[in-house]
Write a protein of this length. Structure first.
Length: 198
């Protein structure tokens, strides 16, 4: 059994995040000592691995909880789909690196944009979310996006990028600072308004 600090050191997930996962019921400790220390066994660590994989695929925490708590959750099938999607993303990044190196060496000589093509990733994501995406948040996202024009979707995406650029300008600030927390609230409200209830 590992204490929360040991789990944090092992996984890179902050103690604060692990406490939050406990609070929302996403990852409960296997036991708690008389002194109040959270303890995690291999089963809890396996669940944490699944949480981290779904987070890499940008699933909201509420959705991850519903997926993992579903009695029909197929761990092996989920892993296969996660591996495939992560592999596609890796290939996409490798193509972009080769493309960028080519520009650095030879300059922009032809207007080739194939390195930016994410259609395979989008298609596989769609298939995976058909398997996992039976959640209220995903249904709400689908409903909202269906009513948006391509131009509106681009505008909304640009707004989201702008918010993350603002986050980038705050990297020197503490996450607990008022300015950063206001930005977090701004992001939550933006996601709720344009995608799903965050």
């Amino acid at each position: 059994m590992l204490k929360v600090k040991d789990v944090s050191n092992l996984t890179g997930v902050s103690v604060r995040t692990l406490h939050y996962y406990d609070k929302i019921g996403l990852l409960k400790p296997s036991d708690v000592t008389e002194g109040g220390y959270r303890l995690y066994d291999d089963t809890a660590l396996e669940r944490l691995q699944q949480i981290m994989l779904f987070r890499e695929l940008q699933f909201p925490l509420n959705d991850i909880k519903k997926i993992l708590d579903d009695k029909n959750f197929d761990r092996n099938k989920a892993l296969e789909q996660q591996i495939e999607l992560l592999t596609l993303r890796k290939e996409h990044l490798e193509n972009l690196i080769v493309f960028a190196r080519g520009i650095k060496l030879t300059g922009v000589k032809n207007m080739d944009f194939t390195a930016f093509d994410v259609s395979k990733i989008d298609e596989y994501t769609r298939q995976a979310k058909e398997a996992w995406g039976n959640t209220d948040a995903y249904k709400e996202y689908e409903y909202k996006i269906a009513k948006q024009s391509k131009e509106e979707q681009q505008r909304i995406l640009q707004g989201l990028i702008d918010i993350f650029i603002e986050f980038g300008n705050m990297m020197h600030r503490s996450p607990e600072s008022d300015e950063v927390q206001q930005q977090v609230n701004k992001l939550q409200e933006y996601i709720t308004d344009n995608f799903y209830n965050c």
